[in-house]
Design a protein around this ligand. Structure first.
Ligand code: AN7
Length: 326
């Protein structure tokens, strides 16, 4: 496959001297969602970002950020993360042959993401504090010059992430009427807005689903009290004619169940916030809506264990099994 950085080279901040660090990111499926469409009364498409190499959209930005960090001579990278940035930074750093330092809020990161960062040998620091405190520390380490910051405050991250909008326009032949996605720090909202603008096909109305209880939500990926990109993200949403939709955990989880049960798409809870946003504030009948499903369900196996039907224990006897299967 052609790495995203090669495919969109002319629209990314790359030079002939940039060593491309790739794990095969991008070119993710755009899935029709007929049953969700019928349920909500709009034409729903799912941009399935869980299909990226580390299972989230972060890989689009990380390939560019780590490639540029290498080009600029960085000897290590650092990020603060609710988990997906960490898993991605750790994997791309390993691929580049440099160390990654991860600062994560203690006890607030889903199991699969921690496993990913550990497996590829990142140095994982569990900060006894909030995501915001971890981010402040990561910025300071970067300022001291020992580590390159690969949070989305690094502009190369958003450059890479904007390519998802290019893919959607290429595949649909036009921008959709509405783009719905989760809103945590706001970087991805901003990246899509820029991407659609650069694609030249018009910017869809952006419905950004945020957790009402930002600092305390089941959707750990977006457990972010103070979005780093709030100003640009909310400005982009307003300019698009869209809205920030504030979601209760039950609304996010209902969308999570529907994505899985109606369409077979198993994502982590935060990733259902785009679908939840259109379920709560449905666009006009028949509107074409792309919902970005940002991360894979295997990231957060504990959520599935808590929220979905438990397995049934059964004796290894055909009669008992046939009865239980009915
Ligand atoms: C699955 O990994 O902030 O609004 O540190 O993991 O661009 O922040 C993750 C965010 C949506 C929100 N969906 O995106 C991190 C982190 C998933 C995410 C978001 C995140 P932004």
């Amino acid at each position: 496959m052609v790495p995203l950085a090669e495919r969109y080279r002319d629209r990314l901040p790359l030079t002939g001297a940039t060593p491309i660090v790739s794990l095969g990111e991008g070119a993710t499926p755009l899935l029709p969602a007929p049953r969700l469409s019928e349920r909500i009364g709009v034409e729903v498409w799912l941009k399935w970002e869980g299909a990226n190499p580390t299972g989230s959209f972060k890989d689009r930005g990380m390939t560019v950020a780590v490639s540029k960090a290498l080009e600029e001579g960085a000897r290590a990278v650092v990020c603060a993360s609710t988990g997906n940035t960490a898993a991605s930074a750790a994997a791309y750093a390993a691929r580049a042959g440099i160390p990654a330092v991860i600062l994560q809020p203690a006890g607030a990161v889903a199991l699969g993401k921690v496993a990913q960062a550990r497996a590829v040998g990142a140095r994982l620091l569990e900060v006894r504090g909030s995501f915001e405190e971890a981010l402040a520390a990561a910025r300071e380490l970067a300022r001291r010059g020992t580590h390159a910051l690969v949070n989305s405050l690094n502009p190369h991250r958003l450059e890479g992430q904007k390519t998802a909008a290019f893919e959607i326009v290429e595949e649909l032949g036009a921008a959709p009427d509405v783009l719905a996605l989760p809103y945590g720090g706001g970087g991805n909202t901003r990246a899509y807005s820029v991407g659609f603008e650069e694609a030249g096909a018009g910017v869809p109305r952006i419905q950004a689903g945020e957790a009402a209880g930002r600092a305390a939500t089941v959707a750990t990926a977006i457990r972010i009290a103070e979005p780093a990109h709030r100003a640009e993200a909310e400005e982009a949403v307003a300019r698009s004619g869209g809205a920030v939709v504030s979601l209760m955990d039950e609304e996010i989880l209902a969308a999570w169940r529907e994505l899985a049960g109606l369409e077979g798409v198993f994502c982590e809870p935060a990733s259902a916030a785009g679908v939840a946003a259109i379920a709560k504030l449905p666009p006009e009948r028949g509107a074409r809506v792309v919902c970005v499903v940002t991360g894979h369900g295997l990231k957060d196996p504990e959520a599935a264990a808590r929220l979905a039907e438990a397995p049934v224990s059964v004796a290894a006897e055909l009669d008992a099994i046939a009865e239980a299967a009915a």
